[in-house]
Design a binder for this molecule. Structure first.
Ligand code: AMP
Length: 302
C-alpha cells in the first residue's frame, strides 16, 4: 500500500493508472476509520475488481466545519487508519495536509490544529462549489457552510484522484444526495455509489464521533435507532401517517433520556429530499440529536 501526501504525486499516479487501463475507485473519509468506512472500501473493490485501484482519502477538511464546531477536537489516528487500510487491501491512502489542500492557508501558524489555521482556511480560500437546492435543508439549515465545504473538497478530490467510481455512505444521506447532484450538474465522469449504513449491535450507526460518547451517553445515543424503529413500525402497521404527528412522537421519545435533545427530524422523498406530509413505505427519515454535547445524525428508508 502506498501513502501519498502530495497532490502532484497523486495526480501522476492516477494518470499512470488511467494509461494502463486500470479503473480507479475513491472512498473519501476524514479518518478515524471504523467498520462503516471499511464496508465502503469493500464496495469500492468490488466496483473496480482485482486489477483496479482503490484509493482511500483521509483528510479532516477544515472548510466543512463551522467556527464553533469540533474541527480541532475531531478524532485522528493515522497510524491505526493505515493499518486498517493495509489489511483491507487498499492500494493508496491519500492523506494530504492543510497546506497541500488549501495552500493560501499560510498565516504564520505552524500548529496544524489551531483555531487560527482553521479560520485561515475558511477565510482565505475563495473558490467554492455550492449546491444551491438540496443543501438548504436539514444539515444545511443547522450547519450553514457545511455542504459548501463538502462539495468543494469532494470536487478537489475528484480532480486529484481522477476516480471512475466514488463510494459514499448512506449514513450521511443528504451528503450523498448532494454529491450525486453535484457530479451530475458539473459532469464529473464519476459513478457515485451509496453503500448501506453499518451499525453497532444495539443499532447505533457507526461514526468517528461516537468516541465522544462516554459513560451513560453511549446508551442514550441509541434513541436515534429507537426513533427510526418506531417510525418503521408505525408505517408498517398504519400504512400512512401524518408527518407532523410522527415528528411530535419522535421528539417525545428522543427527549425521554436525561441528556438528549432533538435538533430536527424530517420525513422526505429519498432522491430530492422534498418533505412529505404523509409518511408511507419508502419515505426517507433523517434526524439529528444532541447527546450531551455531541451531535449525532442518522437516517433510514421507512
Ligand atoms: P466520515 O469519515 O465520517 O466523513 O465518513 C466518510 C464516509 O464514510 C462517508 O461517505 C460516510 O457517509 C461514510 N460512513 C460513515 N459512517 C458510516 C457507517 N456507519 N456506515 C456506512 N458508511 C459510513
Amino acid at each position: 500500500m502506498q501513502i501519498v501526501t502530495s497532490i502532484a504525486a497523486m495526480q501522476r499516479l492516477a494518470r499512470q493508472w488511467q494509461h494502463a487501463g486500470r479503473r480507479i475507485s475513491l472512498v473519501p473519509t476524514m479518518g478515524y476509520l471504523h467498520e462503516g468506512h471499511l464496508s465502503l472500501v469493500r464496495v469500492a473493490r468490488r466496483q473496480v475488481g482485482k486489477t483496479g485501484k482503490v484509493v482511500v482519502s483521509i483528510y479532516v477538511n477544515p472548510t466543512q466545519f463551522g467556527p464553533k464546531e469540533d474541527f480541532s477536537r475531531y478524532p485522528r489516528d493515522l497510524k491505526h487508519d493505515l493499518k486498517l487500510c493495509r489489511a483491507a487491501g487498499v492500494d493508496v491512502v491519500f492523506a494530504p495536509n492543510d497546506r497541500e489542500m488549501y495552500p493560501v492557508l499560510e498565516c504564520g501558524d505552524t500548529s496544524p490544529l489551531s483555531k487560527r489555521r482553521h479560520v485561515g482556511a475558511v477565510q482565505n480560500f475563495s473558490t467554492y462549489i455550492v449546491e444551491e437546492n438540496l443543501s438548504k435543508v436539514m444539515e444545511g439549515a443547522a450547519r450553514p457552510t457545511h455542504f459548501r465545504g463538502v462539495t468543494t473538497v469532494v470536487a478537489k478530490l475528484f480532480n486529484i484522484v481522477l476516480p471512475d467510481v466514488a463510494v459514499f455512505g448512506a449514513k450521511d444521506w443528504q451528503q450523498a444526495t448532494i454529491i450525486k447532484r453535484m457530479t451530475a450538474d458539473l459532469n464529473f465522469p464519476v459513478k457515485i455509489i451509496i453503500a448501506p449504513t453499518v451499525r453497532e449491535h444495539d443499532g447505533l450507526a457507526m461514526s468517528s464521533r461516537n468516541k465522544y460518547l462516554v459513560g451513560d451517553l453511549r446508551r442514550q445515543a441509541t434513541v436515534l435507532w429507537c426513533a427510526i424503529q418506531i417510525a418503521r413500525a408505525t408505517v408498517k402497521k398504519l400504512k400512512t401517517f401524518p408527518a407532523s404527528k410522527l415528528k411530535v412522537a419522535v421528539k417525545k421519545l428522543v427527549e425521554c433520556e436525561p441528556d438528549t435533545r432533538l435538533d430536527y427530524v424530517e420525513f422526505f422523498e429519498p432522491d430530492n429530499l422534498s418533505p412529505v406530509s404523509k409518511v408511507v413505505h419508502g419515505t426517507q427519515m433523517a434526524l439529528a440529536v444532541f447527546v450531551g454535547k455531541t451531535r449525532l445524525i442518522d437516517n433510514a428508508r421507512l
